[in-house]
Design a protein around this ligand. Structure first.
Ligand code: PMP
Length: 357
C-alpha cells in the first residue's frame, strides 16, 4: 500500500517502524502468546512498560528528580479543568494568556473554580501573534500558557520568568524542540501528536507545586494520587502508553529532542519559504511567532483554495485543510513527518502555480 503524505493535525502521522512494532504487539506481544491488548496492567511486563516510558520522558526532556511524570486520561481538555481544580479556588486568582481556541477553552474551565485574569490576548488580530509585555499579578496561583496554538499556527519561543508558577499546555509541540522543564511547574500534553496514539495525557509536574494542590477533590482529578500509584490508580490506557514507549525509543534514535528539532526547523523553513514566494498563497501568523508544528496559510481566493485541495489530494497529500472555523490550509509537520513529504507539498505548490496562473 502506498502511504499518503499525512499533514493531519492530530491524531497524526507516527513513524512506520512504530506502527509495525505496535501491530505485531497486538497479535503477539514479545512472543508471549498474548496480545498487548489482553495483558493485565498489573503484570510485571506492563509495569516495566510504564517505568520505561517514564524513564524515556525523563531522559529525552532532562526531567530532574523533583518532578513527577504521569500518564493520565481524558485528554488535554481534562487538564483545562484539572489544573484549575487542583490549584485554584474561590478567593484565588490565576493568570491566563489568551492565544487562541485552546487557550480560551482552558480559560472557560478555570472560571468554574476561581478568578481568572486574562493578562493579554491576541484576539485583535485573529490570534496571529503571541502577546508580550504583559504583567502578571504576583499573587496569581499560576500563569497558564499554550506553547503551540495548533489551530492558529503560532508558537511561544520565549518563556521569560514572571515570578509565578508556570503551567503550560504543550499538546502540540512537546518533544519537538528543546525546553527547560525546570522553568515550568506543570506541563501537560495530549499524546496524539508527537508522543503516540490518542488516549493518554502526559503530565510533568514539580512535586513542590503538586503539594500546593487542594485535598478535597475527586481521586481521579488529584495528581498526587497518580504520582503515588505509578499512574496506575485505575486501569491506564495500556495501548497508548505502550506505543508512546515505542515512539519515544524511535525519537531517541533520531538524536533525541535536539536531533528532531533540527529536522523540524528544516521542514518548517522549506514550507514557509514556498508560502512566502508563491503568489497564490500567504501565511497567516506573524513571522516571528510562526509555529514549526502547524503551518497555517491561506489561498488568495476560494477558487484557488478548492482547486489546490483537489490538486494536492491527487498527489497523495492529506490533512492540509485548515480547522473548520478558520478555513484555508494547515500543514502539520509533526516529528514523524519526513522532510520528503514537505518537499512533495512544496513541489505541488510550485507546479500548481504554473497550471493555475
Ligand atoms: N490543547 C492543544 C494545544 C491542542 O492542540 C489540543 C487538541 N488538538 C487540545 C488542547 C485538546 O486536546 P484533547 O483533544 O486531547 O483533549
Amino acid at each position: 500500500m502506498l502511504k499518503k503524505h499525512n499533514f493531519g493535525a492530530g491524531p497524526c502521522i507516527l513513524p512506520s517502524a512504530v506502527m509495525e512494532q505496535a501491530a505485531q504487539a497486538v497479535i503477539n506481544w514479545n512472543g508471549m502468546g498474548l496480545s498487548i491488548l489482553e495483558v493485565s496492567h498489573r503484570s510485571p511486563e506492563f509495569e516495566e512498560v510504564v517505568l520505561k516510558t517514564q524513564l524515556l520522558v525523563r531522559e529525552l526532556l532532562s526531567v530532574s528528580d523533583n518532578y513527577s511524570v504521569l500518564f493520565l486520561q481524558g485528554g488535554a481538555s481534562t487538564q483545562f479543568a484539572m489544573v484549575a481544580m487542583n490549584f485554584l479556588s474561590e478567593g484565588k486568582k490565576a493568570a491566563y494568556l489568551d492565544t487562541g481556541y485552546f487557550a480560551l477553552k482552558a480559560i472557560k474551565e478555570a472560571k468554574l473554580f476561581g478568578e481568572v485574569d486574562v493578562v493579554a490576548t491576541s484576539k485583535d488580530k485573529d490570534y496571529a501573534y503571541i502577546p508580550d509585555n504583559f504583567k502578571v499579578d504576583a499573587g496569581s496561583a499560576y500563569l497558564h500558557l499554550t506553547s503551540n496554538n495548533t489551530i492558529e499556527g503560532t508558537e511561544i519561543f520565549d518563556f521569560s520568568a514572571t515570578g509565578v508558577p508556570l503551567v503550560c499546555d504543550m499538546s502540540s509541540d512537546i518533544f519537538s524542540r528543546k525546553i527547560e522543564v525546570k522553568d515550568f511547574d506543570l506541563i501537560y500534553a495530549g499524546a496524539q501528536k508527537n508522543m503516540g496514539p490518542a488516549g493518554m495525557t502526559l503530565v510533568i509536574a514539580k512535586n513542590e507545586f503538586l503539594e500546593k494542590g487542594k485535598k478535597e477533590i475527586p481521586s481521579m482529578m488529584d495528581y498526587r494520587i497518580f504520582r503515588d500509584n505509578m499512574s496506575m490508580y485505575n486501569t491506564p490506557p495500556v495501548f497508548s502508553i505502550y506505543v508512546a514507549m515505542l515512539n519515544l525509543l524511535w525519537l531517541k534514535d533520531q538524536g533525541g529532542v535536539s536531533g528532531i528539532e533540527r529536522s523540524n526547523i528544516e521542514k518548517a523553513k522549506l514550507l514557509y519559504a514556498e508560502i512566502d514566494r508563491n503568489p497564490l498563497f500567504y501565511g497567516t501568523a506573524e513571522v516571528a511567532h510562526r509555529s514549526r508544528m502547524n503551518v497555517t496559510f491561506q489561498a488568495i481566493d476560494k477558487g484557488v483554495e478548492q482547486a489546490f485541495l483537489k490538486f494536492a489530494a491527487e498527489k497523495g497529500i492529506v490533512g492540509i485543510k485548515g480547522y473548520r472555523t478558520v478555513g484555508g490550509f494547515r500543514a502539520s509537520l509533526y516529528n514523524a513527518l519526513p522532510l520528503s513529504s514537505v518537499a512533495v507539498l512544496v513541489e505541488a505548490m510550485v507546479s500548481f502555480e504554473k497550471i493555475y496562473t
